[in-house]
Ligand binder design. Sequence first.
Ligand code: HEC
Ligand code: HEC
Ligand code: HEC
Ligand code: HEC
Length: 274
Amino acid sequence: MSSISKIIKFMVSVILISVTFLSALVQAKDPPQTSIVYTKHNLSGSLSRWPSPSNTVKAVYEPEICIFCHTPHNANPVQPLWNHELSAVQTYKVYWSNTLQSYTEAESQAWKIDGFSKLCLSCHDGTVAVGSVNSRWEEILMNISNCIDASGKLIPGSGCSGYIGTDLSGGHPISIVYDNSLVSKRNNSNITNSCWLNPPPSNRTSPVKLYPTENQGGGMGVQCTSCHNPHTNRSLEENNGVKWPPFWQGTSYNDVCFVCHYNDCGESYKIWPY
Ligand code: HEC
Ligand code: HEC
Ligand code: HEC
Ligand code: HEC
């Protein structure tokens, strides 16, 4: 072998080794399947290390994933700062039924949606652009599609799951205090459709939790995050042939509902719209 071809051979093997080594490194750094990267909340664009191939709603270029919701200034904080512009909507149409005990009239006792639910609705009520974040001078540019309009806001469309709007009356009650007095009121009432309440969940290790609300004198209550985890979407996986609800806190409907309720809630069970 000539010395030139020896050198070439050596170089090729060095390149091969480093390519193998590098790809091993990249593989080792690939996020786990349960990561936000594989969910509809990965809104990053073409400059991202992990752009979503399947999401309809995503940025044109944006390299970062967390930035849509959290400020980049504190990378691994216990409670990251909120970055998304909040919705100016004050009055949402809320759920009401004549068996509800936490409030007895939806109209005259209308309360404000607050706490973590307000964070979710900052995109999902469709009044604020998805790319409107505090840490950037300009809105993050989003791809326009049947799920998102030219102003960057979520809109209802076929195959789109994000738009909820400001009418929450078809959903579960949120931003309500859930304490022992509500439990005894509900469980001692003459409600025939059952749907009784367990004592308020206080187990910090359970993913189904109560979150602060300022309503009804303030306390711990039900928010969107009691049922949904915005970072992990396991609904892609099959659970005994049934898909889990999107961004679900549990491994089945019952896992989540039955932390708070100790029996079936009737007709609406398993067809909760959001
Ligand atoms: C679509 C919005 C959204 C995106 C994107 C998002 N988060 Fe969050 N994050 C939230 C909300 C809402 C909360 C508060 C509720 C909660 O704790 O689940 C939160 C809470 C957290 C917390 C507090 C600890 C906890 O209780 O879970 C951490 C840490 C966190 N996020 C890290 C991240 C990181 C890192 C990324 C990017 C990889 C990210 N988040 C992307 C919405 C988001
Ligand atoms: C930065 C904007 C933003 C915030 C904040 C946000 N989301 Fe989303 N969410 C989206 C987008 C965009 C989609 C995908 C919409 C689509 O594809 O039509 C989505 C989809 C969803 C879906 C449906 C997923 C599916 O697989 O169909 C759920 C459930 C959801 N979000 C819950 C939440 C909850 C709960 C919070 C608050 C903890 C939250 N989101 C906060 C932007 C946001
Ligand atoms: C974090 C606790 C919590 C979780 C999780 C939860 N609920 Fe509830 N639910 C409540 C509270 C509190 C009320 C309000 C009861 C009242 O005011 O009388 C309520 C009310 C309801 C109502 C209305 C009852 C009425 O009288 O109009 C229905 C229906 C219901 N829940 C079904 C469900 C279903 C189905 C699930 C699971 C998908 C679920 N809930 C998960 C706490 C929870
Ligand atoms: C009591 C539990 C519970 C609460 C609280 C709750 N959700 Fe949901 N959500 C569900 C369930 C269950 C589904 C799945 C419904 C289905 O598959 O038909 C769902 C579906 C969704 C979807 C997808 C809708 C679609 O058409 O596919 C979005 C977006 C969403 N929720 C956002 C929210 C937001 C934002 C909040 C707070 C304002 C919230 N959810 C509060 C249980 C809940």
